[in-house]
Write a protein that binds this ligand. Structure first.
Ligand code: SF4
Ligand code: SF4
Length: 385
């Protein structure tokens, strides 16, 4: 179903969603756009961001004559202006930490008097709705589904959150300077994987629904029929967005470009710049590696001896961390060169074989948030040359 609503009626979507879901979306925090639980007025309407390798700044909107649509600035340094609601692009955050928390208790254990008790920490949580999810992140979500729901082990926490997840997509009309979704085939238009997709037109929001849940939600809004002119305007906005996307990769050359160049001198060159900080893996919406440890509570003096209790905790890990490749007998990937090569090869080559889709969705986050300004598109191009 396709329809049009007034921009201010976006607030009604929040009202409907909040009856049953926590709404997670973009908001301002410490001069950046981050994801969190939001209400309509938290959307950083009118803000733009400036991004380049290793650089991120929030800017007020360019149209100073129109008032702020919604956002409550959290700091004095940035001001809100501009008539456009969704004028900003992705920040460091994505949906990832809401479906796959950075630190999660898995089970508790207790051994006492020869008896061992294990209890799952899994708890049903209130369902989540993602507001203003971009096409690249919807592709990352599809990959997460393959990893956490379609593998040999099904993740109970992910499965439970995914079951009633609502996705409100926003078609990008303001790409970030590090985005390269178009060449990866993942954006800027959300083509599926959502309940509702919003395209911001001049004075209204074009709403397209893909699921019965999305259509039912739309029917609760005061909407009007979308005209052919509205659809054409959407297509025009998307084609203009594509023209403004500055970065690209040659997706058709993957994964062979990587497989043929595993001994290329460029890997050593990258190693001279790489800091092994792991920022790229933390911000990447598709990185999923984790590790686990036991938090053990030793018996107190007053407790009977031989009682031991603790919690198994799962945390995000990174292929850049020192102990990531440590196994019995040694560490099989110690050099910086090998770590970066593994990270990039996994995304752009092995995952295509493993999951049938790329491990990179072209969101550009790893470029923006790399303190050394290492740019995956430039590194790929260097291998190609
Ligand atoms: S590798 Fe970089 S550009 Fe690709 S999905 Fe991850 S963060 Fe985004
Ligand atoms: S590529 Fe950049 S972000 Fe990733 S580990 Fe190296 S220095 Fe850190």
């Amino acid at each position: 179903m396709k329809a049009k609503i007034k921009k201010e009626h976006l607030s009604l979507i929040f009202d409907i969603l909040k009856r049953s879901h926590r709404v997670i979306g973009p908001r301002l925090s410490e001069n950046a756009i981050v994801m969190g639980e939001i209400d309509f007025h938290d959307i950083p309407a009118g803000y733009k961001d400036s991004q380049c390798p290793g650089f991120y700044r929030l800017l007020p909107g360019s149209d100073q004559s129109t008032k702020c649509f919604g956002a409550r600035p959290s700091t004095q340094q940035v001001e809100c202006s501009g008539s456009s609601i969704f004028s900003f692009s992705n920040g460091a955050d994505s949906f990832k930490r809401f479906l796959n928390p950075p630190s999660q208790e898995i089970f508790t254990f207790k051994k006492s008097k020869g008896e061992t008790l294990i209890n799952s920490c899994f708890k049903e949580e209130m369902p989540v709705a993602f507001m203003a999810m971009r096409a690249c992140d919807i592709s990352a979500l599809k990959l997460y589904d393959k990893i956490f729901l379609e593998g040999t082990v099904i993740d109970a926490g992910y499965k439970s959150l995914r079951k009633d997840l609502i996705v409100i997509a926003v078609n990008c009309t303001h790409p970030g300077d590090n985005c390269f979704c178009y060449s990866m085939g993942t954006g800027p238009e959300a083509k599926n994987g959502f309940d509702i997709a919003i395209t911001e037109l001049d004075d209204s929001l074009l709403i397209e629904t893909e699921t019965a849940r999305g259509t039912n939600l739309l029917k609760e809004l005061p909407f009007e029929e979308a005209s052919e002119e509205d659809t054409n305007k959407k297509l025009l906005l998307i084609s203009e967005c594509i023209k403004r996307i500055k970065k690209s990769v040659r997706f058709d050359e993957l994964p062979m470009l990587i497989y043929k160049n595993l001994e290329h001198p460029r890997w050593a060159n990258i190693a001279q710049r790489d800091l092994e900080c792991g920022n790229c893996t933390q911000v990447c919406p598709t990185c999923f590696c984790n590790s686990s440890y036991d938090y053990v509570q030793l018996p107190g003096i007053s407790k009977k001896p031989f009682e031991i209790a603790g919690t198994k905790i799962r945390v995000w890990d990174s292929c850049f961390s020192r102990r990531f490749a440590r196994v019995h007998g040694g560490n099989f990937r110690t050099s910086r060169k090998a770590k970066y090569r593994h990270w990039m090869s996994h995304k752009l080559a092995y995952m295509l074989d493993q999951f049938g889709m790329s491990g990179c969705v072209g969101c550009g986050r790893c470029i923006t948030w790399c303190p050394a300004g290492i740019d995956i598109t430039e590194e790929l191009e260097a291998l190609r040359k």
